[in-house]
Ligand binder design. Structure first.
Ligand code: FAD
Length: 421
């Protein structure tokens, strides 16, 4: 919701002229309230999403971004932790290690477990008191919920699902970039008239920052004024088993597209993923066909992943799919069409029939794992690094072995430029 969208709110029982007048007055009041003395730039805040003293990875990713935004503003990055005492202190410590210079800790029993209303009241009160320039949250279920509530409360703009954030060197405004019009254009949105500038970012869009063990910072503790009994209470928490699909943290993701033709063919992707210690993802083509749950969808309207190795099988490489996987460390594409756009972004490409290439890959990976286990050394390595490199080698060799009939392997000559674009 950029600045302008707040104008779409309605007031019951008033005609349009009244509403327009109210809005003008309210906007002017909002601007007055949030006008900052010239030269004083507020902080860049990251709201730390947590369960107990464990933070969501996206919060740390955002602290990395906050550090560079704050440096460009001549300000400082700060973590905001809403919870109860011991857990907050531990999270403050971790925040400093991930780059925060300060931590605003709001400590109240009504803040655990997460309920939108007390979190919204507390965050808005903190923001009114300390006037941050920018507030960023993860575009998770909880982050989206809280961000929109706080932006409404503060009457400010909010840009959801940003894929890039930077400070405009002239205006010092936050440039918030996100896909628009079905992913066909990238829109850059600014919030010129209201503060704080707010945005959400999906997990995996930015890398985790380097941590500095033992780093410290300023802790600002507050006791929010909240009723002990909130009108909304959590009676029970029932985890959704589908959420166990840990696409975002996976080191290896093997995704299938419409080229898989039917549900039962995903069994071979499951096997390849299992051999590589990874998980199965999918394009929207495969999800729409009903072969795979939406929770496994990678892309603009699915999840953003950043694994060590991403294998795209029978996926054409539509821009909306690339939006969710283009920052993977290494991309291997398997497609029978040599002109498929997925090859433009892949580090390694195998042009061939996936029904021949994937079984050959599985055989080769198994063979290499058995050989490594026999020799002892590499078996201990395990994990993604071993998986990624054995896959890389297996991919290349498989393609050579079967090149005449089924496949040709290509190493993208400009892989660095392509994968980071
Ligand atoms: P196709 O484009 O049909 O590609 C199938 C590929 O399989 C082809 O390249 C073909 O050459 C190859 N193939 C076929 N048979 C074989 C074989 N035997 N061996 C090897 N290769 C074979 N898409 C997403 O993925 N994620 C999103 O989040 C997403 N969000 C969207 C949001 C919006 C607003 C819109 C408009 C679209 C979105 N899409 C998304 C859809 C996207 O535009 C594409 O339609 C979709 O990604 C296509 O899926 P696909 O690559 O599996 O299918």
């Amino acid at each position: 919701m950029p600045d302008e969208t707040k104008k779409t709110r309605t007031s019951a029982g008033k005609n349009n002229a009244d509403i327009a007048g109210d809005r003008k007055a309210s906007a002017a009041k909002g601007r007055r309230l949030r006008q900052r003395p010239k030269g004083k730039i507020g902080e860049v805040w990251i709201v730390i999403e947590c369960e107990g003293d464990v933070a969501a990875g996206v919060s740390w990713e955002l602290l990395g971004v906050a550090r560079s935004l704050a440096a460009d503003l001549g300000s400082r990055p700060a973590a905001v932790i809403l919870g109860i005492d011991d857990q907050c202190q531990e999270l403050a410590r971790q925040s400093f290690e991930h780059g925060a210079a300060a931590a605003y800790v709001a400590d109240h029993p009504a803040l655990v477990p997460f309920i939108t209303e007390p979190h919204c009241q507390t965050l808005a009160a903190l923001a009114r008191k300390h006037s941050p320039e920018i507030i960023l949250l993860g575009a998770t279920t909880r982050g989206r919920d809280l961000a929109s509530a706080v932006a409404t409360e503060m009457e400010t703009g909010l840009t959801a699902d940003c894929t890039a954030l930077e400070i405009d060197p002239e205006s010092l405004l936050l440039r918030q970039t996100r896909p628009a019009f079905g992913g066909n254009i990238m829109a850059t949105i600014i919030t010129p008239g209201h503060r704080p500038q707010m945005a959400t970012v999906r997990p995996g869009v930015f890398p985790l920052p380097e941590t500095v063990a033992g780093a410290t910072g300023e802790v600002i503790v507050s006791k929010p004024r909240l009723a002990a009994q909130q009108p909304v209470r959590q009676l029970e928490f029932i985890p959704n088993p589908e959420e166990e699909v840990a696409l975002q943290g996976a080191n290896v993701v093997v995704s299938g597209g419409r080229g898989m033709r039917q549900l039962k063919n995903f069994a071979m992707l499951e096997e390849l993923a299992r051999e590589l210690g990874g998980v199965v993802g999918a394009s929207r083509g495969a999800v729409d066909a009903g072969w795979v749950s939406q929770r496994r969808q990678v892309g603009q309207t699915g999840q953003t992943v950043r694994p060590a190795l991403y294998i795209a099988v029978g996926i054409s490489g539509a821009i909306q799919h690339l939006a969710g996987m283009q920052h993977s460390d290494m991309i291997l594409a398997i497609n029978s069409d040599p002109t498929a756009p997925i090859f433009d972004i892949a580090d390694y490409g195998i042009v061939g029939d996936l029904f021949e290439v994937v079984p050959a890959l599985i055989t080769e990976v198994k063979k290499r794992k058995a050989a490594a286990a026999k020799s002892g050394g590499a078996a201990a390595k395990g994990g993604s690094e071993a998986a990624a490199s054995s896959e890389k080698a297996a991919g290349a060799e498989t393609a050579t072995a079967g090149s005449e009939k089924t496949a040709t392997a290509t190493k993208n000559g400009d892989s660095e430029t392509v994968t980071t674009s």
